[in-house]
Design a protein around this ligand. Structure first.
Ligand code: AMP
Ligand code: ZN
Length: 116
């Protein structure tokens, strides 16, 4: 898949609308179109990285910034104390459907473990 075909690159470019809740130099976040919890935000790097398997050593600051974003968004959503979950699916067996790295932030309800 090329960047031109990438749904999240299109959101980054403003070609597809999204409910953006966070922006930084390295990452943006928007509400998931099919939310699985009262708060379900997708956090993505501005840089196109397809999967966890494609993360290079040089990408570590960018990937780390996704977690900083999660912390800030959770605080804004009032989830810091009660708790929340971040999930990153890698490839088909884990349920990855969009091949642009993303962290799901889920909260606002009790979350079972182990996940399905
Ligand atoms: P994953 O299955 O881990 O690849 O996650 C992809 C997520 O992107 C899913 O939770 C989808 O509901 C979400 N998604 C797909 N299209 C959009 C969109 N246009 N705006 C917001 N979220 C989307
Ligand atoms: Zn992309």
């Amino acid at each position: 898949m090329t960047h031109d075909d990438c749904l999240f690159c299109k959101i980054l470019a403003g070609d597809i609308p999204a409910d953006i809740v966070f922006e930084s130099e390295t990452a943006i976040a928007f509400r998931d179109i099919n939310p699985q919890a009262p708060t379900h935000v997708v956090i993505i790097p501005r840089q196109h990285i397809a999967t966890i398997n494609d993360i290079g050593v040089e990408d570590q600051p960018v990937v780390g910034s996704l977690f900083s974003a999660a912390r800030e968004i959770a605080k804004k959503e009032g989830l810091s104390e009660e708790g929340y979950r971040v999930v990153m699916n890698c490839n088909a067996a884990a349920g990855q459907t969009v091949f642009h790295l993303h962290l799901h932030l889920l909260g606002g309800r009790g979350l079972g473990w182990p996940p399905g």
